[in-house]
Write a protein that binds this ligand. Sequence first.
Ligand code: DGY
Length: 325
Amino acid sequence: MKAKILIARAVFPEVLERLSQHFEVEANQNDEPWSAEEMARRLHNKQGLFSSANERISAELIAACPQLKVIANMAVGFNNIDLEAATRAGIMVTNTPDVLNETTADFAWALLMAAARRVGESERWLRAGKWQRWRYDTFLGADLHGATLGILGMGRIGQAIARRSRGFDMQVLYHNRTRLPVALEAAASQAQYVGKEELLRRADHLILVLPYSAATHHAIGAAELALMKPTATLVNIARGGIVDDAALIAALRQRRLAAAGLDVFENEPAFHPDFLQLDNAVLTPHIGSASVPTRHAMAACAADNLIVALSGQIPPNLLNPQILQ
Ligand code: DGY
């Protein structure tokens, strides 16, 4: 008998097709997000869940699904899942690391360049028919080349971002829970480890790449923003909640910070409406990993994890190996 799985959001047709060969599948191809109750109702008799970063997999949901054996999250981040509760219940949890490192690093640079060189703001101005003549001071921005790039959170995506700075001849500073081995620092454009405060004070451009958890909630708030240069750019491609959005809005509005490039927000997709009033913020809808090949690779990786785990083997990207003991 085939195991039963639930696919919580729409997926590529070939992934649906592949999973249907292995499992009895209930899929949400209409892509209407389900309420917690609806999710529990549909998941309670399933052995596997294919989720995105947008479903909250709480301890309550886990308790309501006694047959569940695997949660395969199609994201590298897994703060949407109560990992401890899943582990206590003996449920394997997997994510999709590595396949998105380079694409997400590319996008961090897209946001940084757009924010520092005022691409969104000047394009809106041009489209509004306001371009009458050349002026020496039209949309002056900040340089990237030769500047100091700060990276907060130096995992694999952070290192991929750092590598790209070579072409811009930048000095790279980083802060992380633990310092990287010297060989990895060298490969990451000779990145130099500094304390968080020094990072904030010295960076001309700061990119946030740290995972979200209770410990990193509002890691960038009013106090941290006050340490940054007024000419600096802040980029967040990590998770909403790492930045205190109200404090960031105040800093951008008062030009205590020059610009921000933001792909993630507190309470997204219902983000703070005041962001829309700020010309110095470039705003994108959580698309850091959204290239065609990478989203296909993430979906395939999540499907692999689910298939391997429900065949009784250890999936490649198991986040809670302690359950195997
Ligand atoms: C991730 O993989 O965590 C990205 O943010 C996509 O959700």
